[in-house]
Design a protein around this ligand. Structure first.
Ligand SMILES: [Mg+2]
Length: 359
């Protein structure tokens, strides 16, 4: 009988687990309250969800947690110790790889590049197939280890800043609303596909009957993933819509948002858009644990499972790298990640314009 495999998650530190740059006072205060700030030479800002992700990995008997950062070990070790505590650090300290562990590799111009070769983690071919590097930079991946790479997406203090213009377009719960007039010439192009992708909800003025302005709400049904429209029956809401209709980029007041939210949710739609950049660790968690589950179910290696998932996503178009990038826009993975990480911390939530102060 074959022995059940050991899976290895090799975690990059900078801009995946923590960031040190562009942390404004507001960002720093938020992360300190909802995530943690770890002092390792300089302050490292660890957003909500990161510690939970590591704890969930660590709790699984068949998963080994490794760290691999191009930073110096004099920074990497205190980081892990501060983040996970003395006891966990004692168990993991042999699995923290640093700048000294990078491998030299020559690129096609014969220049030397430094790589996070997973053969530092394990020399065994079968074990290597169950080892995944979670990193924001694909160039850190060694030659021939593309299959072992999970793109985490880069995150720093800027990820917590929405440009002002975007802020105006979002409702207070982070869902963008587009308003469409009955007059087709003023309809924004691509509105329907934007609604279909779950990026916004649209409120349409659908004409005047019986002396009343009629409105419809367009959204995506979360079960069928189809576009749906419902007409607004509530005369009070119709009046509110009419009142606020002409201020195109003005936010709806919260009383209107609450009503839209309850209508959409009562019809099986979702009203909260995920603010993806500050929440990338949730997507990483969703992706990693989905690949792990599939690997066990289909009796294939973890890298093969991840690879199949990406290729399915890529379809006929685009490269493998594009598929990895597209995966970071997969809302379902964020929700899956959130659910899993809530088993560690039940009050954990996405960072959203609602819980992010003064946005
Ligand atoms: Mg990095």
């Amino acid at each position: 009988m074959s022995v059940s495999p050991v899976y290895r998650a090799v975690l990059d530190i900078d801009d995946v687990l923590a960031f040190t740059e562009y942390a404004t006072t507001k960002v720093a205060a938020y992360v300190e309250r909802k995530g943690s700030v770890v002092s390792a030479i300089v302050p490292h800002y660890v957003p909500p969800g990161v510690r939970e992700f590591i704890q969930l990995l660590y709790r699984m008997e068949d998963v080994q947690v490794w760290f691999f950062s191009s930073g110096d070990k004099s920074r990497n070790h205190p980081f892990v110790r501060e983040l996970l505590g003395e006891d966990t650090y004692e168990e993991l300290k042999g699995r923290i790889l640093s700048r000294d562990d990078l491998w030299e590799e020559k690129d096609s111009w014969n220049a030397i590049r430094y790589k996070k070769n997973l053969r530092t983690v394990t020399q065994d071919v079968d074990a290597l197939a169950n080892t995944i590097l979670i990193d924001d930079n694909v160039n850190n991946s060694a030659a021939g280890q593309g299959k072992n790479f999970l793109r985490a997406g880069c995150m720093d203090g800027r990820s917590f800043t929405l440009p002002d213009i975007k802020r105006e377009l979002y409702g207070s719960d982070g869902m963008r609303f587009i308003r469409i007039r009955f007059d087709k010439r003023s309809w924004p192009s691509g509105w329907r596909s934007s609604v279909k992708e779950g990026n916004c909800i649209c409120v349409m003025m659908a004409g005047v009957w019986d002396g009343h302005h009629q409105f419809r709400i367009g959204f995506v049904d979360q079960i069928t993933h189809e576009y749906r429209e419902v007409s607004v029956e509530d005369p009070e809401l119709r009046n509110l819509f009419y009142q606020y209709y002409h201020y195109n980029y003005e936010e709806y007041p919260s009383c209107v948002l609450d009503k839209i939210r309850s209508i959409v949710e009562n019809h099986g739609g979702r009203t909260r858009k995920i603010w993806r950049r500050p929440n990338r660790i949730f997507c990483v968690a969703g992706l990693f644990f989905t690949a792990l589950k599939n690997a066990k179910r289909e009796n294939i290696s973890l890298s093969e499972s991840l690879n199949r998932f990406y290729l399915r996503e890529a379809g006929d178009g685009g490269s493998y790298n594009d598929a990895m990038r597209r995966m970071l826009r997969h809302d379902e993975l964020y929700w899956r990640g959130l659910k899993l990480l809530q088993t560690i911390n039940p009050v954990l939530q996405f960072t959203s314009p609602q819980n992010y102060p003064n946005l």
